[in-house]
Structure formats: C-alpha cells, structure tokens
Design a protein around this ligand. Structure first.
Ligand SMILES: CSCCC(=O)C(=O)COP(=O)(O)O
Ligand SMILES: [Mg+2]
Length: 226
C-alpha cells in the first residue's frame, strides 16, 4: 500500500521551460554578485567546496560551466537558491506549476497520503518555490524535503536513506520523476515508480516502468483518490 508520494520538481510538478528559461537565467545574472558575498556562511561553504574540487579555477567560472551543462552539483544548487531568494521574495519569480498538481496533491493529502519532495534544487529553494506559486503557498502540503545532501538522485542508496528517514518500507513509497536514471535508482531501492511523460516537456519515455501524462493519470494507474 502506498503511504508516501515522493515527487521530483522539474518535469514533474513544474514545466522544464520555467526552470530553463526563467529560473536558470535569473540565477546566472545574479551569481557574480552572490558568489562575492563573503558574509554569507552558505556562500563561503559552497565556494570552499568548489575550490577543493577545482583548486586551479575561478569558482564563478566553474559555476558558469556547470550551469551551461545543467550539472546537478550541490554547491551550484546552494548558490542558485540564494540567487532565487530575492526573485521569489520581490515577485520577479513566481512558479507556474502544471495545472493538475495542486488539485491532485490536495486530494491526496486530504486522503491521508504523505507527500515529500526530492529535487536537485536545494531544500531552501524548494521551500521558496512552493511558497511562491501562481496557485499560492502550498508548502504545507509537504511533510519533508530532500535534496542532494541526501545523495545523488541517480543512486539507489539515496532512496534507501529517504525510506529510512520517512520510517517507511521502500514499497510503501511511490516516486514520481521524468528522468529514467532516477526512476531506475528508486526502483532498485524497492520503491514503486512512475515516469511523468509531460507532452510539453518532450520527455523521453523509459522502457520497463509505468508512465503517466499527469498526476490524474498517476492516481488512476495506482488507484489513489484524486
Ligand atoms: C527549486 S528546484 C529548481 C530547479 C533546479 O534547480 C533543478 O535542478 C531541478 O532538478 P529536479 O531534480 O527537480 O529535476
Ligand atoms: Mg526532474
């Protein structure tokens, strides 16, 4: 029986185009100033991690190269989150979720299902995003937030840790994502999985896993109230 639905963000609850065309360019513009904020301990920590990994390179250049490749690197995600804070708080950024997300998540939550997020975006930025959506502040729908501090989304061990932290058996958790390698890792850990194949995102379907066009479709596939 499914007790917890664990959701990815980009390509699952939020269009890839919003991340790629709105959030990433906003962060890229703000990053040169953000990375110079030596009074912010999170910035100092992220910079130090970059310097340890790339001692001969300028940390800003490393971040810019990561951004070009959409690398899911933890220090970059921390710095992007700091950059987005101002944008979400002053109204320049407001997340436009897929239309099925809020109604279905509310139904699931009312029916007693637990909901958690697992995204490469930092936990701080996940909370910022879900508290500033066009559909309002929906952070209270979620019990837990997980990011790369738990581990890579493509590693089985990360999902084992999430099951332990949630005090559930892996088979009681349904993981929803658009990315095949993430679903395969979760499946190896014993999770139930479903790939969101959102037509507007041009998601590449993965063989051997259940697929859904939206969260209503997920509800039908897994017999969850919606
Ligand atoms: C607040 S999440 C912002 C999007 C982001 O930075 C990202 O890398 C999304 O990755 P996901 O794991 O949600 O596909
Ligand atoms: Mg995704």
């Amino acid at each position: 029986m499914i007790r917890l639905v664990l959701l990815d963000i980009e390509g699952t609850t939020l269009p890839i185009s919003f991340v790629r065309d709105v959030m990433f360019p906003y962060a890229a513009k703000a990053l040169p100033a953000v990375i110079e904020d030596h009074a912010n301990p999170q910035v100092v920590g992220a910079r130090a991690d970059i310097v340890v990994a790339y001692p001969d390179k300028d940390p800003l250049t490393v971040c810019q190269e990561w951004m070009e490749k959409d690398e899911k690197a933890a220090p970059l995600k921390t710095l992007q989150g700091i950059a987005w804070k101002k944008g979400f708080e002053d109204g320049a950024l407001r997340a436009s979720l897929y239309p099925d997300v809020v109604p279905v998540l509310k139904k699931w939550s009312e029916a007693g299902l637990r909901l958690s997020i697992y995204s490469s975006g930092s936990i701080a930025s996940q909370k910022l995003l879900y508290s500033h959506t066009e559909q309002g502040d929906i952070t209270s729908l979620f019990d837990d937030f997980f990011d790369l501090s738990t581990g890579s989304k493509k590693e089985q061990e990360s999902y084992t840790k999430i099951a332990q932290a949630s005090q559930l058996k892996p088979a009681e958790i349904l993981f929803l994502s658009d990315i095949g390698a993430e679903l395969e890792a979760a499946q190896k850990a014993g999770f139930q999985v479903c790939q969101l194949v959102r037509p507007q995102d041009g998601t590449v379907p993965l063989g051997g896993v259940k697929q859904a066009l939206d969260l209503y479709d997920v509800a039908q596939e897994f017999d969850l109230d919606a």
